[in-house]
Design a protein around this ligand. Structure first.
Ligand SMILES: NC(=O)c1ccc[n+]([C@@H]2O[C@H](COP(=O)([O-])OP(=O)(O)OC[C@H]3O[C@@H](n4cnc5c(N)ncnc54)[C@H](OP(=O)(O)O)[C@@H]3O)[C@@H](O)[C@H]2O)c1
Length: 234
């Protein structure tokens, strides 16, 4: 049977790359964008078989959009739900310099919004389905030996923790929960809007992320791993 994935934030960057990967692997893909976003590239992903690609609308920071978003998904049950939305946050990345608004914005966008939405989406997951989060190696406490990047790190370590909570509470349904580091990737975020070089291009990253999702989906595990299938220390 055709496998299905919902990718939250799929109209550019890693989300768009993932949509293309899974579509090309024969999956049915529902990708989301924020209202008013340019979804032409995402729509083009489904050009060869439009029945396998749909677009839905959600801003993860807006609680008022959750109910209409869930309704727009109808009775679909996904094998995988991938929460990809995220921001880099204030360029200074410093707790000392951050305003309350800057800290609230990154936590709301990278952590609280996606987690709240993920919990509301659990009913849209197939039995023994897989919930994946686009995490980062910056979310590891164990490998943070250099400090810095405080705002982004805080948001991703909290994401890892809250993902673990969802896993722990849903063991009986054999939920799989993956927190995935995609590498340092050449996207708008990864290049800080073209001002720095990233380590890898989009294609090898999303190919690797799709590979680890396919490898561990349905395994009933909670894993923190990267796009090359290396485990990261929490
Ligand atoms: N690139 C890297 O090196 C790297 C490394 C580790 C982890 N990551 C993670 O990978 C994910 C994707 O990043 P990217 O590199 O692809 O960045 P990107 O090109 O900047 O894309 C970010 C995506 O998140 C969406 N988004 C932002 N705020 C949102 C909101 N409030 N509601 C819904 N969607 C929202 C954006 O939608 P709009 O177009 O509407 O803004 C866009 O689709 C992020 O979670 C990021 O933290 C990236």
């Amino acid at each position: 049977m055709t496998k299905s994935i919902l990718i939250v934030a799929a109209e550019r960057g890693l989300g768009l790359g993932l949509a293309r990967q899974f579509f090309d692997r024969g999956w049915t893909v529902v990708g989301t964008a924020r209202s008013g976003a340019d979804t032409d590239d995402l729509r083009r992903v489904g050009e060869t078989d439009p029945d396998r690609l749909a677009i839905a609308t959600i801003d993860v920071t807006d609680t008022g959009q959750i109910a209409p978003f869930l309704a727009s998904l109808g009775s679909s049950r996904f094998d995988v739900i991938f929460m990809n939305a995220g921001i880099w946050g204030a360029q200074h990345q410093s707790v000392l310099e951050a305003t309350d608004e800057e800290f609230a914005e990154i936590m709301l966008t990278n952590t609280f919004g996606p987690m709240r939405l993920a919990r509301r989406l659990l009913g849209k997951l197939a039995p023994e389905g897989t919930l994946a989060f686009m995490s980062s190696h910056r979310g590891s406490i164990a490998i943070n030996v250099e400090g810095g990047l405080e705002l982004y790190r805080a948001s991703k370590v909290a994401s890892n923790m809250l993902a673990r909570g969802i896993y722990a509470e849903n063991r009986e349904r054999r939920l799989t929960v993956l927190s995935v580091h995609p590498g340092w990737v050449s996207t708008a975020m990864g290049t800080l809007n073209g001002t720095v070089d990233a380590e890898i291009e989009l294609e090898p990253s999303v190919r690797g992320v799709a590979d680890v999702v396919e490898k561990y989906m349905g395994s009933g595990q909670n894993l923190y791993l990267d796009y090359r299938d290396n485990r990261l220390d929490w």
